[in-house]
Design a binder for this molecule. Structure first.
Ligand code: UP5
Ligand code: MG
Length: 219
């Protein structure tokens, strides 16, 4: 019924449909998992196959760290090296801005993979304060991977990544932060039946095949 109405309206007033799309509330999938679990790799595959925009909170923070004149550059730098979680005010502003800019450029791009966020209670409170009612969190895509595999992958990547946190010292801290702060957030979503778990210790293609099954089901 609503689709018939929209079709009729779109024939009569072409702008109406795009205005309806403009009003689409952003749909968000939070992508979580340990350092090196494969969040970024799988998000890239998802974007190639589905209509999602990938926003990595870590990438946004690294870009802000490198932005000339950034008042937060040094703070972000030290937090990342220490594997600590940057205060949410900084991260949420970067995420909100990236979402707004994406929708502004193309109002059909309202589906987002938010990778590596929320990582702790502070992150979740910040998200709720700023985004509650403005975006719908569909579910958490959780890449479950042992600490050993995560560390090995990051150390291997560290040979060429240039990332200041791909070294054993930072990785031990990143894993501790993940276990102490991020796992409880995943558990909290799990209690509400909102976690879709993938065994991320396997090869990239096998992992993606499970991801596809989840996304095809969730729509
Ligand atoms: N690889 C990937 N999948 C593989 C597979 N299935 N089999 C074999 N190898 C696989 O992959 C990591 C490496 O493994 C790559 O070399 C890849 O080829 C290989 P990647 O896809 O990059 O994994 P990912 O989970 O994205 O790992 P990443 O290191 O990005 O995870 P982190 O969560 O640690 O890093 P992030 O960039 O999100 O955050 C970095 C820091 O920023 C945090 O520690 C924190 O200090 C700060 N931060 C915040 O403070 N707040 C935030 O909200 C976000 C970040
Ligand atoms: Mg990543």
């Amino acid at each position: 019924m609503i689709f018939c109405l929209l079709r009729t309206l779109s024939q009569k007033v072409p702008n109406v449909v795009s205005r309806v799309a403009l009003m689409m509330k952003p749909q968000v999938v939070f992508v979580l998992g340990g350092p090196g679990a494969g969040k970024g790799t799988q998000c890239t595959r998802i974007v190639e196959n589905y209509s999602y925009t990938h926003l990595s909170a870590g990438d946004l923070l690294r870009a802000e760290r490198g932005r000339e004149g950034s008042e937060f550059g040094q703070l972000i730098d030290s937090y990342i090296k220490e594997g600590k979680i940057v205060p949410v005010e900084i991260t949420i502003n970067l995420l909100r801005k990236a979402m707004e800019e994406t929708i502004q450029v193309d109002d059909k791009k309202f589906r987002f993979l938010i990778d590596g966020f929320p990582r702790n209670k502070d992150n979740l409170q910040g998200w709720t304060a700023v985004m509650d009612g403005k975006a719908d969190v569909k579910f958490v895509l959780f890449f479950d991977c042992s600490n050993e595999v995560c560390i090995d992958r990051c150390l291997e990547r560290g040979k060429s990544s240039g990332r200041t946190d791909d070294n054993r010292d930072s990785l031990e801290k990143r894993i501790q932060t993940y276990l102490q702060s991020t796992r409880p957030i995943i558990d909290q979503y799990e209690k509400h039946g909102k976690v879709r778990t993938v065994d991320a210790s396997r090869g990239v293609d096998e992992v993606f095949s499970d991801v596809k099954a989840i996304l095809d089901k969730e729509g």
